[in-house]
Design a binder for this molecule. Structure first.
Ligand code: ZN
Length: 364
């Protein structure tokens, strides 16, 4: 791995080379020519420093870093049933669609951010880069506060119930997230069959905190056909009737249905990536070394339309004879256009900001 620092802004970037072509080592203070000459297969991008940072040097100061989010489908392994670990399909991509919509809406409506870039990681996740000046210059407590605000699922493997919304009325952002999840929930229940096997049903029952209710539900669901959708609808009926007859129960688990929906579908964020400054994210349009897929830039409103087979790969793009070539070329052009739109909008915002404050502190 070679580090390269852009001359104008000391952007921390590492280049990865394939062992066959690598002659790493000669790359010091870099320019774009260095990048072209070295021809890395992957670029990872970090913060902007006041001076050239290096391993032995600890006096460099971070001037800016986009606010970033990293969502990986492997963090959904306890709920997704179609794939495990590095495997991803169009069914589990729906978890990413929900994550993208919830995070994007919160960033835009709750924090007022406008310059938000969404990138497919190339294999099993998505990255979000918030580039507004306020986001780039956000300090560590500010980043932590946003990450914690977005984080609703807590606890490790041994915790059965991972969401606790309390008994008060729900915060508007949580209500909005639930409305987004509701749009996809039935589809996901059918795709993922969250409740269809004995094992999955047992995991689900463990989330229910009231023992009497849990037994009632278990008795009914056990005898039912295995359809997760039907089982879910029965659960909702039993829960509603139980709460109607039992005033203390409603106090104890007022938002149980919402809590379960969140536990199954809400974005599972790697919050340390958002909180810290040191995590490097793959540059947009990198080629994933395992899949050959391009890290395409997509518009959040079209996340749902992404088909993983239609994501361009380095192989199909370079091979005119490939049956996917034409489609992948078109999708690549769309991705570049999406990227340009975000960059142009950011440039416009920056120009306005500089004009307003007369500053040129950000050599972006
Ligand atoms: Zn899958």
């Amino acid at each position: 791995m070679t580090k390269i620092f852009y001359r104008t802004c000391y952007r921390y970037t590492t280049l990865s080379f394939s062992p066959k072509t690598c002659s790493a080592g000669g790359c010091r203070v870099g320019t774009i020519h260095n990048l072209l000459k070295k021809c890395p297969y992957k670029l990872d991008i970090g913060a902007v420093y006041n001076t050239k940072p290096s391993i032995g040097r600890h006096d460099s100061i971070i001037l800016a870093r986009e606010l970033v989010f990293d969502i990986d489908l492997t963090d959904y392994d306890e709920v997704r049933t179609c794939c495990k670990e590095a495997k991803v399909c169009d069914k589990c991509w729906k978890f990413m669609v929900i994550a993208c919509e919830i995070i994007h809406t919160a960033l835009r409506d709750d924090f007022g951010f406008q310059n938000i870039l969404w990138v497919f990681s190339g294999r099993r996740g998505i990255h979000c880069w918030v580039s507004d000046h306020e986001a780039r210059t956000l300090d560590s407590p500010g980043r932590s506060a946003i990450a914690d605000y977005m984080c609703l699922i807590t606890g490790g493997e041994n915790q059965n119930k991972k969401v606790n919304l309390g008994n008060d009325n729900l915060h508007s952002s949580i209500r909005r997230a639930i409305n987004i999840i509701e749009k996809y929930f039935k589809e996901l229940l059918e795709d993922q069959e969250f409740l269809s096997t004995t094992e999955r049903l047992s995991t689900f029952l463990k989330i229910i905190p009231d023992e009497t209710l849990r037994h009632q539900i278990e008795k009914v669901l056990d005898k039912m056909p295995t359809s997760s959708l039907q089982r879910w609808e029965s659960f909702v009926d039993i829960y509603n009737n139980y709460c109607k007859e039992n005033v203390t129960a409603i106090r104890k688990m007022k938002h149980l249905i919402e809590e379960i929906m969140i536990q199954y579908c809400y974005p599972r964020l790697d919050i340390n990536v958002t909180k810290g400054f040191n995590h490097l994210l793959k540059s947009p349009f990198s080629i994933h070394p395992k899949t050959g897929k391009v890290s395409i830039v997509f518009k959040p409103e079209f996340a749902r339309d992404i088909k993983l087979d239609e994501v361009p790969t380095i192989y199909t793009l370079l091979d005119d004879a490939s049956p996917e070539n034409a489609q992948h070329q078109t999708n690549m052009r769309t991705a570049v256009k999406n990227f340009q739109e975000v960059v142009f909008s950011l440039e416009k915002t920056e120009a306005l900001r500089r004009k307003k404050y007369g500053g040129n502190s950000m050599e972006f």
